[in-house]
Design a protein around this ligand. Structure first.
Ligand code: PEP
Ligand code: MN
Length: 337
């Protein structure tokens, strides 16, 4: 249930609607926009007549939301959400570049990566310390030591940090070292962890699952939103199809679809989306042209010796070249980078 207040509705009028919703057993989520305050009520909406709310002072309109997700729906915040991570805004005019290696491997490697990302105009450095590998014999990440290296490298270059949280027990560590907590594709439906992330007051980047529909992605976001954490960035990272040439099939169409259905920002990860270095660049360009709010790209100073995902990691000079092209594309679609 969505209640849209009149422009300039008084605080007492907003409070009266909240009280009425609570009385009727709704959980209320408030979105205070520049023009309108919107109240999202999660509860027994089939038992409520929207006209009853429309008759209240200061209420402009009231609707039942038929989609299975309520707080992730565009109706909840029609103007869109801008996630502000220490001043870096994701979902606004600017297209934000996040780049770095698949895994943190050493202090030297991650420090070099941070310098390259900063030089390319990136705002966020990525790097996994807990790695979800298909084989238990593959490199699993450096854990807390890796997070500390990542933080040090980022701070030296004034970058923000994004890193993956693989399990709910790791949340405190990620909160300590990282500015954005990444939920990987394999964990998109780890509902226990999503609920825990709802209690955290740090931005979460939620990747689309390997076999997840867009609706399932938005329902996973709803788990986090319903816990009260509204700082969510969605990420298209390719889905599994019958095509075997690329590692996954990069679903560029998910970007405009998510923009229509949801207020949440969406970024694109063309590295996991294609799995091949030479395909990453064109897909990155396509994602920005399609309206992505940012890019998450793997880059390694020496990809041939990377401990994970070397084949899809850009070489430093490729990241530089891509960043230049993205600036041109961003301005052609009314954004900046
Ligand atoms: C990663 O970002 O390195 C990663 C493991 O991504 P995904 O969860 O999309 O496979
Ligand atoms: Mn990777």
């Amino acid at each position: 249930m969505i209640v849209v207040m009149e422009e300039g509705a008084a605080e007492a009028q907003v409070q009266a609607v909240i009280d009425r919703l609570v009385e009727m057993d709704f959980t209320v989520h408030r979105s205070t926009g520049v023009v309108h305050t919107v109240l999202g009520g999660v509860g027994p909406e089939d038992r409520v007549d929207p006209k009853e709310f429309e008759a209240m002072e200061g209420v402009r309109e009231c609707h039942r939301i038929m989609s299975p997700y309520k707080l992730a729906s565009r109706h909840f915040r029609p103007s869109g959400t801008v996630v502000d991570v220490k001043g870096v805004k994701i979902g606004g005019d600017e297209v934000v570049l996040m780049a770095g290696p698949c895994s943190v491997e050493s202090q030297e490697q991650i420090t070099r990566c941070a310098q390259i990302v900063a030089e390319a105009g990136g705002k966020v450095i990525r790097g996994g310390a807990f790695k979800p590998r298909s084989s238990p014999y593959s490199f699993q990440g450096l854990g807390e030591a890796g997070l500390a290296m990542l933080r040090e490298a980022a701070d030296a270059c004034k970058l923000l940090v994004i890193s993956e949280v693989m399990d709910a027990v790791q949340i405190p560590l990620l909160v300590k070292y990282s500015d954005i907590l990444q939920v990987g594709a394999r964990n998109m439906q780890n509902f226990t962890m999503l609920r825990e992330l709802g209690k955290v007051r740090k931005p979460v980047l939620l990747k689309r699952g390997i076999a997840a529909t867009i609706e399932e992605l938005l329902l996973s976001a709803e788990y986090i939103l319903s816990g009260g954490n509204y700082e969510i960035i969605l990420c298209e990272r390719g889905i599994r199809t019958f095509e075997s040439y690329t590692r996954n099939t990069m679903d560029i169409s998910a970007i405009p679809v998510v923009k229509k259905l949801s207020h949440l920002p969406i970024v694109a990860d063309p590295s996991h989306g294609t799995g091949r270095r030479e395909q990453v660049i064109p897909m990155a360009r396509a994602a920005v042209a399609a309206g992505a709010d940012g890019l998450l790209v793997e880059m390694h100073p020496d990809p041939d010796h990377a401990l994970s995902d070397g084949a899809q990691s850009l070489r430093p000079e490729q990241l530089m070249e891509l960043a230049g092209q993205l600036r041109t594309i961003a301005s052609a679609v009314g954004r900046r980078m």
